[in-house]
Design a protein around this ligand. Structure first.
Ligand code: GUN
Ligand code: FE
Length: 423
């Protein structure tokens, strides 16, 4: 850190202000004041001339990645069971795995590996599902805090349609959730609690109602799953014939944007759901790797983006196979091409800046001014060394960004900053 809490970095700077295009400053400067971006410059202003510069040479400097939806408790079952769709996959693989988090030593081991991997993949902010177990959830929160990752973590709530080993007594689930939220506020700085009804089929109306009350009364954000899979959606109609659609169930119980809300997947939204999502400022976590692996479908992301819906990306492990947001970006582009080609030509495929925007500023909005290098943004950044991707002379900055997404990986991340701090 330079004098007066000011830091200056030099390199090839890339970020987005909106999803239309990149802001690129080749051999530019980024000035950070008290962990907040002061500005980006082609020529360093005179007033900063005497401050030591961290010169990253020909490397790229990009905002840190935001993972808006992932299940830490499913880290050990990545990459298996993808011959099944959502509901049998949950029954066969996921629920038995999550049961193991009753055991604190198992939680320490898996969550330790999860947090190491999340950090090394360049994710600087994340919104995470744990399990129903409070002790294990607190272990996860401590590990994230130690690593310096800024995160929301959810103790999962479920009181129906799951194995007895995971089925909570409704009142205990509510009481435990309140106690856990109160304890969190005293224990952690970087990591915060988020209310996490797993999805409608695993929560009774009573439980959802009480969780909605907690969210509103204590102003706690909410995360859940919405319209991921066709069998799931048919089941919601049977469980809640009184509601017009899936989103209306959450809305009825104050879990749909009454406080900051993330809904994962949103593959099959109706026009009415889209309207309410927009009105209530619900943020969608798009999870393309997961939507392919467990055959969920192709979400209309280009369409939603053009209609000003708030969207970020989610790795959704273990539905998704990897915590790499680079590979989630690649999948988001690929899947949008298939959607446009197969049945919605007018929707167009996602562009490179659009995918990058979703991975940074789109998801970052959930955390406030995060995911960009505009003035006033919290400084989360990755420094990228892509020499190994360009053996015979480098392309343009835009091409380097594109190749990073298609051929790069965590080994290309050479430095990482979270809220101004070098990690
Ligand atoms: N819907 C309810 N639970 C889950 C889960 O664990 N993963 C995914 N992908 N969808 C869900
Ligand atoms: Fe999920």
């Amino acid at each position: 850190m330079g004098g007066n809490g000011i830091n200056v970095l030099k390199g090839n700077i890339i970020y987005t202000e909106n999803s239309d295009s990149f802001n690129i400053i080749e051999n530019g400067f980024i000035v950070i004041k008290d962990n907040i971006v002061e500005g980006t410059y082609k020529k360093l202003p005179e007033e900063f001339a005497n401050i030591g510069i961290e010169d990253y040479g020909n490397k790229l400097i990009i905002p840190g990645f935001v993972d808006l939806h992932t299940h830490a408790s499913q880290f050990a079952i990545r990459g298996i069971g993808y011959d099944k769709e959502l509901l049998p996959w949950l029954e066969t693989y996921t629920f038995p795995e999550e049961t193991k988090f009753e055991d604190v030593s198992y939680a320490e081991k898996v969550y330790g590996e999860f947090v190491d991997e999340l950090s090394s993949e360049g994710t600087t902010r994340a919104v995470i599902f744990a399990t129903i177990h409070i002790k294990a959830t607190e272990i996860l929160m401590e590990l994230l805090e130690e690593k310096g990752i800024i995160a929301y973590v959810g103790k999962v709530n479920m009181d129906r349609n799951c194995p007895d080993t995971l089925k909570e007594n409704s009142d205990e689930s509510i009481k435990n959730t309140i106690n856990w939220i109160e304890a969190c506020n005293k224990k952690y700085n970087l990591v915060k609690p988020i209310i996490t009804p797993r999805f409608v089929p695993s929560c009774t109306g009573y439980l959802m109602q009480e969780l909605g009350n907690i969210a509103v009364n204590k102003n706690i954000p909410v995360q859940s799953h919405l319209s991921e899979n066709l069998s799931e959606i048919r089941w919601i109609k049977e469980l809640h014939p009184e509601c017009e659609n899936y989103g209306a169930v959450y809305d009825k119980f104050n879990l749909f944007g009454q406080t900051k809300t993330i809904m994962a997947h949103c593959v099959y939204l109706t026009d009415n759901e889209i309207e309410v999502i927009e009105k209530n400022k619900v943020i969608i976590a798009h999870c393309p790797t997961s939507n392919v692996n467990i055959s969920s479908g192709m979400a209309p992301i280009s369409y939603l983006l053009k209609n000003k819906i708030k969207i970020g990306l989610g790795s959704d492990i273990a539905g998704g196979e990897s915590l790499s947001i680079l590979s989630v970006m690649k999948s988001a582009i690929s899947l949008s091409k298939m959607r446009a080609l197969c049945f919605k030509e007018e929707e167009k495929a996602l562009t490179l800046p659009e995918a990058f925007y979703l991975a940074t500023k789109g998801g970052g909005e959930f955390f406030g001014k995060v995911g960009s290098f505009e003035k006033g943004y919290e400084f989360d950044a990755l420094v990228i060394d892509d020499d190994n991707l360009w053996k015979t002379g480098k392309g343009t900055i835009y091409e380097r960004m594109e190749r990073l997404i298609y051929l790069g990986n965590k080994r290309n991340i050479s430095d990482k900053y979270i809220l101004g701090r070098l990690i």
